[in-house]
Every structure is written in C-alpha cells, then in structure tokens.
Write a protein that binds this ligand. Structure first.
Ligand code: ZN
Length: 251
C-alpha cells in the first residue's frame, strides 16, 4: 500500500473530528448551556436571554416570562402552553382555548397582556418604544383555528427573534440594557422567594386561570379524599403543568 493511500484519508478524518468537536464546543457554550446566551443564526448575532423578570409599574408589579436582548432590539416574550385549539384575533379582548372534550377556557389576549409588560419594561429601562418588540409563543399540542395574529408563533420564539431584521441598538446600548436586566433578574428571584409581590398575589388568586401557564384551573379531588372534601384547584394542563392550590386559600 502506498503511503498516500493511508495519509490522505487520515488527514480528512482528523479535520472532520476537529471541525465537529469545535462546533459542538461552541454550541455548548452559546446555545443551551447556561441557558442565558445563544447565537442567532445566520448572522451570528449574540442574543442574551433573561427569564421571569419582575418589573414594577403603576398597577403594581408584572412578571415577564422571557426578555431577549440583541442588536436587533429588546424582545418581550410571553409563553403560553396549551393542548387545545386556539381561537383569537389581534383585536379580541379574550381568546378561547377549545379542548378535545369540547370544553372551553377563556383567557386574556396574550398580545394585550404582553403590551403591559412592554410598557413596564420600556419605562423601567428608559427605552424608545420602537426598540421593544412583542413575541407570544404557544407551545404544547395546540393549533390555531384562525390565521395566526402577527407576533404570535407556534413553538420556539427563537427563530422569529433570530430572523428579526434591522439594527436598533449599538453594542454599548445592549450592554447597558443587559446590566440593568441582570440586576432586575436578581431582584426578581429575591422578590419571588419572599412572596411579597403585590401584583403577583392578584395573579395567584385567580380561581379560573393557572398562574403558571395560563391554562384553565379545574377542581380536582384526590381518590382517597372523604366524600365531603371540597377538593383542590389543579391546572388543566396536568401533568404538563403541576400547579395546584387549596380552594380556600386566600392569596
Ligand atoms: Zn398550569
């Protein structure tokens, strides 16, 4: 066997291993990993992600599911998780989830809900309105029975944000916003642990809407409960969402 017959394939294999290894390492540090930073393809802009951020506004406090920051802007993401058909249009005040068993659940139009989030963040971080953009992401086995309103996606919100066109923030501005959000995110964790957030207690006192995922709350009874047991409130999305609360509990 000629030496070249052996060396050439070896070089190709080595090159492949190096490239694949490097790509995997890069992905591990940018996508997933800490879950706080990912690379936006195809332009390779870096996006930073903040979760469960509590922001004060005139009506108390409001909790934002996800905030993504990059040169293309600040994206305020509202997450919804439903196993249902969804009926709703941009202007409607309430949207409807229709379940397989023909029951329905009304919930606030998430675009309107997100509008309050955007306003609060805009004021808190002193951002121009055109920089802040709304994204509503529906996960779960759901299907839109009407044309999907703008800024609403099924599945992951990342594609929509990665493909956002235009540069609205300089690197310095991105840095300033991220520093503020880091502080807010840290304060939010403390506030949630304290359980003293006025606005959240309102949300958590609803007897019809799950405060964790927005799905419906239903009365459940454990199998071993006595006949006069009033049961408890549980999320309709169980086991996807495991939120439960005592019926008598006052927030
Ligand atoms: Zn739930």
């Amino acid at each position: 066997m000629d030496m070249a017959d052996f060396v050439v394939p070896l070089v190709i294999v080595l090159a492949l291993v190096l490239v694949l290894g490097w790509r995997r390492a890069r992905r591990a540090t940018t996508i997933g990993g800490s879950g706080r930073e990912f690379l936006a393809s195809p332009r390779q802009l870096k996006l930073r992600e903040f979760k469960n951020v509590i922001v004060a506004d005139q009506r108390g406090t409001t909790e934002i599911d996800v905030i993504v920051v990059g040169n293309s802007g600040v994206f305020v993401v509202e997450l919804k998780d439903f196993n249902a058909w969804i009926f709703g249009e941009e202007q409607d005040e309430m949207w409807t989830a229709s379940y397989r068993d023909k029951s329905t659940h009304q919930f606030q139009n998430p675009l309107r809900q997100n509008f309050r989030h955007m306003k609060a963040l805009q004021e808190r971080l002193r951002l121009a309105p055109e920089i802040v953009q709304s994204v509503v992401s529906f996960t779960g086995n759901c299907e839109f029975k009407r044309p999907m309103p703008p800024n609403v996606v099924r599945g992951s919100y990342r594609g929509m944000i990665e493909n956002a066109i235009g540069i609205r923030l300089t690197d310095t501005e991105v840095q300033r916003i991220c520093t503020s959000l880091e502080a807010l995110e840290m304060a939010s964790t403390d506030a949630e642990l304290d359980g003293h957030v006025a606005g959240l207690s309102v949300r958590f006192s609803s007897t019809t809407t799950c405060p964790k995922c927005g799905d419906a709350l239903v009365i459940r009874r454990s199998r071993s409960a006595p006949a006069d047991d009033a049961g408890f409130l549980g999320c309709r999305g169980f086991p996807r969402c495991r939120y439960t609360r005592n019926i008598d509990a006052k927030a």
